[in-house]
Design a protein around this ligand. Sequence first.
Ligand SMILES: Nc1nc2c(c(=O)[nH]1)N[C@H]1C(S)=C(S)[C@@H](COP(=O)(O)O)O[C@H]1N2
Ligand SMILES: [Mo]
Length: 344
Amino acid sequence: MQDESRIPPGQQLVRPGRWPIVGEKEPADHRGPWTLEVGLDSDIRSFSMEDLQQLPQTEMELDIHCVTRWSKLDANFAGVLLQDLLKASFPDSNRRFVSFVSHSNQNHSSSIELPTAIQLKTLIALQYEGQPLEVRHGGPVRNIVPKRYFYKSVKWLRRIDLLEVDRLGYWESETGYHNLADPWKQQRYMVPNVDRRTALQLIGSKDFSGRDLRSIDASDRDLSGLKAESSALRDANFGLAKLQRANFRNAILSNAHFQNADLRNADLTAADIEGADFSGADLRGANLTGCSLVGTSFFSITEGSKLECIIDANTVIPDEILTPLTESQLAFIKHKIAEARASL
Ligand SMILES: Nc1nc2c(c(=O)[nH]1)N[C@H]1C(S)=C(S)[C@@H](COP(=O)(O)O)O[C@H]1N2
Ligand SMILES: [Mo]
């Protein structure tokens, strides 16, 4: 039996043994052996991998909750507790925030209040299931903040800064992810980045091309033929909207809400639809070629009733994009595709 209380609201479990890769796939180029620096302003302590291995090691089973709605339970990690690393570097500092900085091409980082990080048992992870952490998952060293959305857990951790004033991380400042990131409170996004008036004007113009309109409320609107190529529409609400022939090519639609939307003949080519919800949406003739489907929903169950998307033989959902789906979503969409093909 799965313990429901362990799965935060709006999350679905990945298939057993799966661990999706989200965001960057590799660190920036680097020479020489990996080091981890801990910095208190200009005072810096440097740890080699051997140094880290010589500190007390802690092993724990953790649940991963990604903001794009997938969760993975009982992931086994081992490494050094942040608390133990600080004992070995700056035992007497009582700074208020900690920032985890990656050695990555986009200079990722993420921050959290230091007492919270300690209390949550933040781990400087070196191992996953008894093996050195794979590079694609942040090896040789990443931090893991338990009980927070996974963007607080930075891959290829190179530097830990102890701060008096918070410094927003990459996702938090570039994409509006919520700085507190508590999955049980669904703290996924900060407030929308356009006011209601601007939003209504843009909806009237039917042109979102290239714009960042996080969490925009376009529910129940007539947006047929919408131009939204390469726009950033994380968490946008298109529930019940008319989106026939809309152009969402290369758009970021992660966690967008399309419940009962009319997406007939819409073009979603190469869009990021991770965590997006298409339950009840009409996808006849829509093109999903090259979409990323981690955490995507094509049906949902609310109050006991099942809300299903509609597809037909003209819907383009290539088989090779289906693998990241959860077990129930995969079974559902495969069945729908087979049905649509059979009705030809
Ligand atoms: N350096 C770096 N760290 C990162 C990211 C990233 O893109 N770059 N993505 C974050 C997000 S949004 C998630 S969900 C997790 C994904 O980790 P995984 O790819 O090992 O599943 O890493 C987080 N840490
Ligand atoms: Mo994420």
